[in-house]
Structures are given as C-alpha cells and as structure tokens.
Design a protein around this ligand. Structure first.
Ligand code: SF4
Length: 701
C-alpha cells in the first residue's frame, strides 16, 4: 500500500476543508503539503493542517486491538474482534429486550466520515428502532441548523467560498476565524489587502486576532447579540437601506421582524450592548451600502440558550437587504468540524431524518424505513447530546456507544458526564487514541482506523463533498469505523448491512437523496476520484455541482418564500451573575489546538503557541483581585472549580473572562478544565448548550 506517489485528500480538522497532498516514501515517512489545485485553499494550510503528518505517523497512543472487561472491578483485557462483536451484540440485545430500544444510544462526531454517519443513523433509527443517535455537532451547529430551516426552509448554506472575493462587506459575529478557520480568513484578508474599501465588522466581547483586520469592532456584552442585530435592522429600515422589491416578492413576515427591531431605540440598544450607538449606525451603513454582504458566525451565536434567536435575527439582515442568492452575499455559518455538514446530510442527529427528510413527516419516515427495509422509524426525536448523558445519569439510558469524540472533556458540566458514564450499564468507546479521557470509562474499547487509514467522504462548510482515500494501513487490528458498524449490525442479525466496501454505503446514501433538495445521485466514488470535489446538489451524472443556492429566489419553505422571524427573546436567558459569581465565563478555541487535544496535543510544534490553558481577564478585574500576569487563580462556578494561570490584558471586556475549551485533565488534576465550570442550560429548540455564558468567581490561589 505504501508508495511514493501523491494522494489527494482533505484536512481532518476544521470545516474549511482544505485539500492536502500526501506522500509516503519507501521508509513509510509521511509528508503533507497544501493541494495547489484544490479550490478551497489553493495550496495553503494552517499550522494544524501542515503538521498532520506527525499525527498520522505517531502511533504511540493508538488503540491497537479490542479490549473488554466483564465488570468495572476488572482490568481491560485484549480480546478478538469476534469476541468484541459478540459481547456488544449480546449486551445490546439483552438491554433492548428488557428495557426497550430507547434504553440504548449512540453519541458520534462531526469528524466521522459521511459513510460512518450514514450507517450509525441507519442502524439506530432503522433497525434498533430508536432515534437516540446524536453527535458532538449538537454542541456547535444545531442553532444554525434551526435558523436555516426557519428562514429558507432547509438546513442549506446558500453560499460558496468563491463568494468571499465578490463581497464588499463582512459581518463576522461570535467567531474568531483568524485562529479557528485560518485559511478561510486568509482569503478575506487577501481580498481586503487587494480592495481596501471593503468593510469588515467583527462582533465579539474579546478583541481577537480577527479584529486586527476589522474596520469596526463591536465589543458587545455577552448575550446581547439579538439586541445588536435588531438595532442594525432598525437602522437599515429607518435609513431606507432595505430591498423593498426583494422583501415584497420573495419574503414573508417582514412586519414581525420590524416590530421586533423597533422594541428598543438604537440608543437603548447601544446601552444594553455596552457599545456606542454611533457604532451600531456605522455597522448598518456599511451593510446598507454594500453591493455584496456576507455574514459569518460560529459558536458565539450558536452556543447559547438563545442561539436560535441569535441566528434568526442575523438572518433577518440578509433578507432585509436582499443579500441572498446572488454573488458575494448570504448568511454563512462556518462549520467547526470537518464533516458536521455531511453528518446532517445523512440525518445523523436525534431530531433529523436521512437525506434532509423530515422526522415529523410520517410519509418521509415511511419512505426512509421502506428504503432501508428495517423497522418503522419513531416519530419522536431521540435524546440530544446533553439529554443522552442526563438519561444515562438517571438510569433511563442503559448503554451508550461513543464514536470518535471525547465527551468527558467536551461536554458541559464535565463531572456530571463522568458520573453518567460510571452509572451506565454498558459503555462502548470506538476511537483511535488512548489519549481520549472517555476511553477510561469503556467496558468495550474498539480500535478505529484514523485519517489516511480508511476511505470515505466529507462535506465542508460550503457544501463541498470530497473523497478521502486510504493511503496507509491502520496499526494493529484497528478497523475503519464503517466496517465496525456494519459488522456490529450483522452480529445483531439485522439484514441490510452486508456491505463489503465504503463505496457501497456511499452509493446507497446517494440513492436515498434522489429527488430531495440535497440530491447527490449524480455522485459516486469514481466520479469524485476522477473529477474532484462537488458542491451539492449534484442530481445527475453530468451535473457540475451547485456553488450557490436560491439564485432563482425560490426558497425551500412551503410557500417558497424566505421567512423573516421575530426572535422570541431579545434578552439573554443564561444563568445570572451575582455577588458570589460576578463574572461571565466565555469558552472557546486557541489557534493551534483542536477539540480535546487527542491529536494536536501530541505535536510539539503546535504546543509552542499556547502550551497550557490560561484564563484571559481584563486588567481592572485582575487588579480588583490582586492578580498579576502568570499568577494561579481559582475559578469557581455553581458546578465546580479549576485552577489556571491568568493572562491579563485590555482585550477582553471588564466582567468577562475567557478559558480555552481544549484542556481536560492534566497530570490527573483539573488544571484549566473549562467544562468543570460550564452551564448545562441549552437552547430550548436547538438543544445546543450555553457554553459561552456562565457565572463564575475568580480568586487568587
Ligand atoms: Fe485544516 Fe482548517 Fe487549517 Fe484548513 S484551515 S488546514 S481545514 S485546520
């Protein structure tokens, strides 16, 4: 398998989805460079992508063979795959027989390949007979999914990266793409360098690296995004900078949007947001004067108890200005993970159905269950991510199968997640690395193949589907996740899982999309290998793909119009600060680390940027607590506490502190473990956790 030729693949980190050339020399040494021909990155890679060879090469942390224990008091022991599948199927069958199908669940990842996502969704919804399949994408994208559905009728990003170079105004809200989507941001920077008149507005309580390129930084108080977007909407309406023809012909509910926007004067809104009213008017002028306006956002909007309201109020700005379905315009949700979008295409969440069909629609459920030839699909959504661990904690969920994600570090209120996993009757962890803290809770540990070790597809933030080839053999007895899933289904005696390759799974998925808005029946592995990547829909074999949606102004809603939505809450509903917990904790990423560091944490070069967790706080807040740069502080919330070094500046607002989300347990203490502190509140519709806002106190250690 190992040969010194160029293999074209895709980066396994963020949703930008950069193309990578991989070569393996005759000693097995892996080299990576940016793919010059790939339209997304044109040869560029960020620090994480360009160090992927170390991650792929280093197998010291890898899980090499199945391990199992019959009781929690016993150590894990190596077993054969045959024993592992028999044990998994035996326990699942017995729990399902005794407690029903809703007593088991699967918790998966936006890093899974589309084929893996497809299979686990089919297995769970179509054969076990429960909708208890959710994903860590719930933690990052679900508010945007609801926002798109409410506005354009489906979870469909209307825009392509190529629109960046055609836009002249960007509103980047609750995101730091300079660090978290670096190659995408490099395209914006280059566009600005070549066209200094284009405007970049950044909305963030912190002055991040992204602000270095901004014409206007709106450093709002956490949680006031809806008030800000409504105030901008009001300014646009007041100054007659709206597209009346577009609104009249192609939208509904304008009056509801206007009524919401006029609840507060611009001055009142500015006071609530903690910024000058003049800055709001300036933002509205930039947007209103633009010929191409793009909004971009990530977790600052999505990870909120009012995440859906934040999304719809931002979408309203694109509809007011008619900036959707035309070059250089549109609301553009930036995907955090490499295949969060592919997962949604196959319905890999508790509230979704495959191929963007509607779980609530009985006809759709019937179509999918007939296609699969399994059980009737339940109408009620399954447990979402946080609900799944709540149910485990209460004993309502007995068994959980965790694939390619590390909830012990990444979920809010981490101590409760640990307790829930301890309470579970049976925990299966399917992963590549012993570095995953969740692996310690497994009754059955299954070794999965990693990046370059299996084939499949992924979809990036702009609906671009790419093929990832197998380049090297997996170490030990590790198997591709898709193969593990279909072999487990066979051990459960389910029909319809007699696959021999990932390509067969992909063909089945493509066929199921036929006639839908995400129709990719024109794709196959052969076509992706020969012709490169495609943006969906791709409805027939000669179709070139679809870079931009809604160019005909026909939307996917029942009435084919885009819908304005009045946000239900303009005020934040997060937990309240008080004298005991007076500061607001914001969590997020740093440039060179990824998720819970199971991969980036083992690359020395990536540790030189920020080697340890830190608490960023304003100089005034630090002074009041007699904290100096580098001091160890204790951060306490209503759920737990951590110790961490402080980093002091004026870049973060007073009364707000920031802690990176990557670090779990270091040397068996909880130094800087952000999710000891975070709140379990979720948006009532999207069920996305409120990671960006919890009340804390900080004191000198
Ligand atoms: Fe990988 Fe994202 Fe960096 Fe591109 S920007 S190289 S996809 S981490």
């Amino acid at each position: 398998m190992q040969e010194n030729k160029i293999h074209k693949t895709i980066c396994s980190y963020c949703g930008v989805g950069c193309g990578i050339d991989v070569s393996v020399d005759n000693k097995g040494t892996i080299a990576v460079t940016g793919d010059q021909d790939y339209p997304v990155n044109k040869g560029m890679l960020c620090s994480k992508g360009m160090n992927l060879n170390y991650v792929a090469q280093d197998t010291t942390d890898r899980i090499l063979y199945p391990e199992m224990r019959y009781s929690r008091n016993h150590p894990m022991q190596r077993v054969s795959w045959d024993t592992a599948f028999k044990r998994a199927a035996g326990v699942f069958k017995s729990i399902i027989e005794k407690h029903g199908p809703n007593s088991v669940g699967f918790y998966v990842s936006g890093q899974c390949l589309t084929e893996e996502y497809y299979l686990v969704n089919k297995l769970t919804k179509g054969f076990i007979g429960t909708n208890n399949i959710d994903t860590n994408s719930r933690l990052c994208m679900s508010s945007a999914v609801v926002g798109y559905k409410k506005t354009v009728g489906e979870d469909s990003v209307p825009i392509a990266y190529a629109d960046i170079e055609l836009a002249d105004c960007f509103l980047i809200a609750g995101a730091n793409p300079a660090w978290c989507h670096p190659i995408l941001f490099r395209r914006i920077e280059k566009h600005k360098e070549e066209n200094p008149d284009i405007k970049i507005i950044v909305v963030d309580p912190r002055k991040t690296q992204t602000c270095a390129s901004a014409d206007l930084h709106l450093q709002i108080l956490p949680g006031t995004d809806v008030i800000l977007f409504n105030a901008i909407a009001r300014c646009l309406i007041d100054k007659k900078k709206i597209d009346k023809k577009f609104i009249k012909q192609h939208t509904v509910n304008f009056e509801a949007c206007k009524e919401s926007a006029y609840q507060l004067s611009v001055r009142q809104a500015a006071e609530k947001c903690g910024i000058p009213a003049e800055d709001i008017r300036r933002a509205a002028k930039y947007i209103g004067d633009a010929s191409g306006f793009i909004s971009m956002w990530t977790m600052g909007l999505n990870q909120s108890i009012i995440g859906v309201d934040k999304n719809v109020s931002l979408f309203n700005l694109s509809l007011l200005t008619g900036q959707i379905g035309k070059p250089g315009s549109g609301p553009f949700s930036l995907t955090g993970q490499p295949n969060a979008m592919g997962g949604r295409e196959v319905g890999g969440m508790a509230s979704l159905l495959a191929a963007h069909k509607d779980l609530e629609n009985p006809e759709h459920r019937k179509e999918v269950s007939n296609f699969w030839g399994g059980k009737e699909i339940q109408a009620a959504p399954g447990y979402t991510a946080t609900e799944m661990f709540d149910a485990l904690d209460k004993g309502d969920l007995k068994a959980i199968w965790v694939i390619c994600t590390n909830p012990v570090v990444s979920m809010p209120n981490a101590k409760k997640i640990e307790r829930a996993l301890k309470n579970a009757s049976f925990v299966v962890v399917q992963d590549i690395s012993h570095n995953s803290e969740t692996a310690a809770y497994a009754d059955l540990l299954l070794p999965a193949a990693g990046w370059l070790e299996k084939e499949g597809t992924m979809t990036n933030s702009e609906r671009r589907i790419s093929y990832l080839p197998k380049v090297i053999d997996a170490p030990g007895e590790a198997l591709p996740d898709a193969e593990i899933l279909w072999k487990f289904a066979q051990a459960m005696d389910y029909g319809g899982f007699d696959y021999e390759s990932a390509s067969e799974v992909y063909d089945e998925h493509c066929l199921l999309t036929k006639g839908t808005k995400i129709d990719i029946s024109g794709l196959s592995y052969d076509r992706l290998k020969e012709e490169g990547s495609f943006q969906w829909p791709v409805p027939h074999r000669t179709h070139p793909g679809t870079p931009r949606l809604f160019e005909d102004k026909t939307f996917y809603t029942g009435d084919k119009k885009a819908h304005f939505n009045a946000p239900k809450n303009i005020y934040n509903k997060s937990e309240e600060t008080n004298t005991e917990f007076p500061l607001i904790l914001n969590t997020g990423r740093v440039r060179d680390q990824w998720h819970t560091r199971t991969k980036t944490g083992k690359v020395n070069r990536l540790l030189t940027h920020i080697p340890q967790p830190y608490l960023e706080m304003n100089k005034v807040d630090a002074y009041l607590r007699q904290l100096k740069e580098g001091d160890i502080a204790v951060v306490k919330s209503r759920r737990g506490e951590v110790q961490v070094k402080v980093k002091i500046n004026y870049d973060i607002r007073e009364s707000v502190v920031f802690l990176p989300m990557h670090w779990g347990k270091i040397l068996n203490n909880d130094f800087g473990r952000a999710n000891n502190l975070t709140s379990e509140l979720v948006d009532p519709i999207s069920k996305e956790p409120d990671f960006k806002y919890c009340a804390v106190q900080v004191a000198k250690f």
